[in-house]
Design a protein around this ligand. Structure first.
Ligand code: BG6
Ligand code: MG
Length: 973
């Protein structure tokens, strides 16, 4: 038996469903407004637009972020300015304004088509006066021409003839959470079109935006109106019941970062545009092409398939295809979190996806660091060091923009000093690491010569000025840093930082020799510019040899930093269940003083060195360090950067279920908002880590200097195929991986799931109890909740016999009592409806269906059929075994045999999900997999015990059962 602690918070989101290419929201929940605005972000590498509604909604956080459009702001120095909003379309239906918070929403579906980059929404709305209208919106940001955006709305009156008024606007007053960055320069109108020109207050970036409106199906000429800062095109037209009309809004946008006169450029772009359909076809074609080299195709796990595509989509829409002066913000272009600043997230987590699938984009992202070198030099100078010291948070100039202080929300809270700007210095090595990886993957010597070398060498100079020589112990040290694990500040000799610095200097030395040999003129030029004297390089060599990395050579255990092992130890299980980070629970000092990690640190180092199997990586050392650090890492609520990395390492260590659990945690971070902060924007690093988890983890890709990438797959249970492409030194490598035969035998071959009903899919177990209690009270029989526990899953007759105990009752009296109990029960279940499904039940049924797993009901109840109909899940059942199906009730296996037979499956291919001890016994007697829901005292005999179905997806279950089977197999071997 294995009991799973409910450690990963997964919101039950029955309103979010999916196919292999689309994310579908089936219901509008105002509570999820901001998180879903993030989820439904679209973009095209030039800009990103959150998924707020065309007609607006109270408290929405609509935003469009254009790469590089930063403006000054207090405390955090600079932020991406929310740009004028191109979405607004106000509809008035026979004089009533369409709004989701008024009237009645009769149907609602919003979907993001990842394959085509189109967000659409279908709404049937009944106005407060009772007029019903069907609306279908779609929007896209052209991938073919990034300066072109489009929204279209189809309008079909369902039950009236009348008139519709449309107002399509550009909102020149966008805000960054209350702060307006824009001043209006001018606006204007012409037939069919409007325009807006504005400028950021501090950085003086100009933006020109224009829009045109076209009405299809009705005779109407849009008129422009000029509300200041809100140019609008309006049209009113007559509509007939059952007829469909469309309004098409096309937008063009430029900034002074792109062209000298952005308004003129936008106007001329707009006037040259063809029609909506042609533009959309070009946009779709561009996406189709983009996916040919970006896609990851997973067979056998639809949820994982959708999730990886979703995350890649979110990366694809924020990697610029033209601009090498911008990076990718930590929250991409999808939210206000971290103000559009870039961190190591880009180089270490996001970049590999681009490096190995679209190296030109990777090159631009790295060139951004070249263009911001002067900022890094100013930072080094400010802190009294030499060379270039990259900013922990970087924006347009490369100067450090990490806020110095975080201000409290409560009136009496303390300000918190943020030390990352001063101490989290590993970023300079991380950037060099990414440069190196890009160079290895592409062989792009020219870029390395012209851009990369200067970055690597000038940051090497920084490192050599940053390390201290400890004369007593004759070693180099790096004091007062924050490693990857940000729960510990002001630490010394952080293994991650010291080893990365050592690695960096090693590579810098190699690079200099390479330059001397290949491009002596460039070497000479850099020598003059940076001073790469022999003396300087000898010192690098000396540091490489003598920098201290705290570890125990006899065991391979690395100490995260000097003194880490002396900190108070911690058992994270003591804090479960929790919904907060360990730092939130313990306080900054509390976490600082304990052996608790926000995210992998030693293990992160292991991961980065794994590619080249360099020190300290070895499989043996990985295991030793995993065993020590993984249990001490706040992997649920610490950093979102952690799970994907743990997934890869767990996969290396053949921890199948942990690898998959971490993978899914990263995959769902935004879709299911597992950390409750999707509202702030997409977790870009997690998305990039996810790609690495699939390719380097499950695909087992290794990069060999001379032979190119090769795979040693260890696919999660259920994955029958994994395909992706990698670009290596000018050549494409297509991977088409399937699980090796041996691993397939290791995993259970499950084809059907048999659900008990009462207490599993719905809470009717409680009604059975109350009905028996009522009967027992009337008959003066002893009965209580505890006695009822033994009746779970037991047939009506057997239940009554147990309640009666020794008491002998004639058959007609027995029949009468059973009938009375049933009448009470039936009166309880009268009002059952789909909302009485237990959390997670519907999602799991849908997921099983999508993965072609057969489903049966296996309930002792004679009322089962009626209950599942009322619950609205009858359509999911391929077979029904109920109180009428067999003679012998649970714990006899008969009912489940019957169900399996109806499904056409052998018992060993079936899983039973039960809440009753008798049901678990029956499943085991039937030689099926048994999953118990509820306390171990009741269902502990099951193979697997879970608290409930909430958050459980088919593959989570399969992976957990697989691990059990593997364990059993290895025990019996
Ligand atoms: C099981 C319930 O599903 O069905 C039992 O767990 C119940 O409590 C049994 O006694 C029979 O139900 P019914 O509806 O046929 O009386
Ligand atoms: Mg039950």
């Amino acid at each position: 038996m294995q009991t799973i602690a409910p450690s990963i918070p997964t919101l039950d989101t029955p309103d979010l469903t999916y196919t292999d290419w689309t994310v579908i929201e089936t219901q509008f929940s105002p509570d999820l407004l901001h998180a879903r605005e993030t989820v439904f972000t679209i973009g095209n590498g030039y800009l990103g637009t959150r998924g707020s509604f065309e007609e607006g909604y109270p408290q929405d956080l609509s935003a469009t972020f254009i790469h590089g459009v930063f403006d000054d702001v207090p405390i955090v120095y600079t932020e991406l300015a929310n740009c004028p909003d191109w979405l607004p379309i106000a509809l008035s239906i026979n004089g009533e304004t369409f709004r989701l918070d008024q009237g009645t929403v009769l149907k609602y579906q919003r979907q993001l088509d990842l394959q085509q980059g189109i967000l659409s929404r279908t709404v049937r709305w009944s106005s407060p006066n009772g007029r019903t209208v069907d609306l279908h919106f779609e929007r896209w940001a052209s991938l073919d021409n990034p300066h072109v955006l489009a929204v279209r709305c189809e309008i079909t009156p369902v039950d009236f003839d009348g008139f519709v008024e449309v107002q399509a606007s550009l909102n020149g007053y966008p805000e960054n959470q209350g702060f307006n960055h824009w001043e209006l320069i001018q606006q204007g109108k012409q037939d069919h079109s409007i325009w807006l020109s504005s400028r950021t207050r501090g950085s003086r970036i100009q933006l020109g935006m224009t829009a045109q409106l076209n009405i299809v199906g009705a005779d109407a000429t849009p008129q422009g109106t000029s509300v200041p800062g809100y140019p609008t095109l309006s049209a009113t037209f007559l509509v007939n019941e059952g007829q469909t009309y469309a309004v098409e809004k096309l937008i063009a946008v430029f900034t002074s970062r792109d062209v000298e006169d952005p308004l003129a450029a936008a106007l001329s772009e707009l006037s040259a545009l063809t029609d909506y359909k042609t533009l959309r076809a070009a946009h779709r074609a561009a996406w189709a092409h983009r996916w040919t080299y970006s896609d990851v195709d997973i067979e056998g796990d639809l949820r994982a398939q959708l999730a990886i595509r979703y995350n890649l989509f979110q990366l694809l829409i924020c990697g610029s295809s033209t601009d090498e002066r911008v990076s990718i913000p930590a929250k991409t272009l999808s939210g206000f979190g971290y103000r559009g600043h870039a961190f190591w997230d880009t180089e270490i987590f996001i970049l590999p996806f681009f490096t190995f699938t679209q190296p030109e984009t990777a090159r631009r992202l790295l060139s951004y660091r070249y263009h911001t070198l002067d900022g890094a030099r100013r930072k080094a100078l400010h802190y009294g060091y030499k060379g270039a010291m990259f900013a922990w948070e970087s924006a347009d100039t490369g100067d450090e923009v990490t806020p110095r202080w975080a201000l409290p929300n409560q009136p009496y809270g303390e300000d918190v000093r943020i030390w990352c700007r001063d101490q989290e210095i590993h970023i300079s090595a991380d950037i060099s690491y990414a440069i190196w990886q890009y160079w290895q993957a592409t062989g792009d010597d020219v870029w390395m010569r012209d851009y990369g070398a200067e970055i690597v060498l000038d940051t090497a100079i920084f490192w050599s000025s940053r390390v201290d020589l400890n004369i007593k112990s004759e070693r180099y040290e790096i004091r007062e840093v924050i490693g990857a694990d940000e729960y510990h500040e002001h630490v010394s000799n952080n293994a991650f930082t010291n080893r990365m610095a050592q690695w960096h200097l090693e590579k810098a030395l190699y690079l200099y020799e390479w330059l001397l040999e290949q491009y002596p003129e460039k070497a000479a030029a850099l020598n003059v510019k940076l001073n790469l004297s022999q003396e300087r390089r000898s010192r690098w060599q000396d540091i490489v040899q003598c920098i201290w990395i705290p570890y125990d050579p006899s065991t391979g255990l690395i100490e995260e930093f000097e003194g880490f092992f002396k900190l108070k130890d911690i058992d994270l299980a003591d804090y479960e269940p929790r919904t907060k980070s360990m730092q939130a629970l313990l306080g900054i000092e509390g976490a600082n003083q304990r052996q608790v990690l926000k995210q992998p640190d030693v293990l992160m180092l292991m991961y980065l060195m794994r590619f080249t199997q360099a020190f300290p990586y070895s499989e043996e050392w990985l295991r030793v360090n995993w065993d020590y650090y993984a249990p001490r890492t706040d992997i649920t609520y610490g950093s979102s950067l952690g799970p994907a990395i743990h997934a890869i390492l767990a996969s290396d260590l053949e921890k199948v279920s942990e690898a998959y659990e971490r993978f899914m945690q990263a995959a769902m971070v935004d879709l299911e908002d597992v950390r409750d902060n999707a509202a702030d924007g997409i977790h870009g690093a997690s998305a990039g880590g996810l790609w690495q988890a699939v390719v380097f983890g499950f695909g087992g890709i290794q990069l060999k200097e001379n032979d190119g990438p090769s795979a040693t797959p260890h696919l999660p249970p259920g994955w029958t195929r994994l395909r992706f492409r990698l670009h290596w030194r000018g050549q494409w490598y297509d991977f088409d991986l399937r699980p090796p035969e041996a691993s397939r035998q290791n995993y259970p071959d499950i084809r059907g799931v048999i659900f008990d009903l009462d207490g599993v899919l719905t809470d009717t177990a409680e009604y059975h109890y109350r009905s028996w209690q009522k009967l027992a009270d009337e008959e003066g029989l002893f009965f209580n909740r505890q006695a009822n526990e033994a009746l779970r899953g037991v047939s009506r007759r057997d239940s009554l016999l147990r309640i009666l105990g020794d008491r002998k009752v004639p058959e007609d009296k027995l029949e009468d009592m059973m009938e009375r109990k049933n009448l009470y029960y039936i009166s309880f279940i009268q009002d059952i409806s789909p909302k009485d499904l237990l959390p997670g039940a519907l999602t799991l049924l849908q997921d099983l269906r999508k993965n072609n797993i057969r489903i049966a009901l296996g309930s002792a109840s004679k009322n089962a059929q009626g209950v599942i109909e009322r619950l609205g899940i009858a359509e999911y059942m391929d077979a029904i075994a109920d109180g009428y199906s067999v003679e012998n009730s649970k714990p006899a296996p008969d009912l489940f045999f019957y169900a399996a037979q109806q499904l056409g499956l052998e018992p060993q291919h079936c899983v039973v999900i039960e809440d009753a001890a008798s049901g678990i016994d029956a499943a085991l007697a039937a030689n099926m997999w048994a999953v118990g829901l509820g306390p171990a005292e009741r269902v502990g005999k099951a193979h697997l015990v879970l608290p409930h179905l909430a958050g459980l997806a088919w593959h989570d279950l399969l992976v957990k059962l697989s691990e059990l089977e593997r364990k059993e197999a290895s025990v019996s071997r």
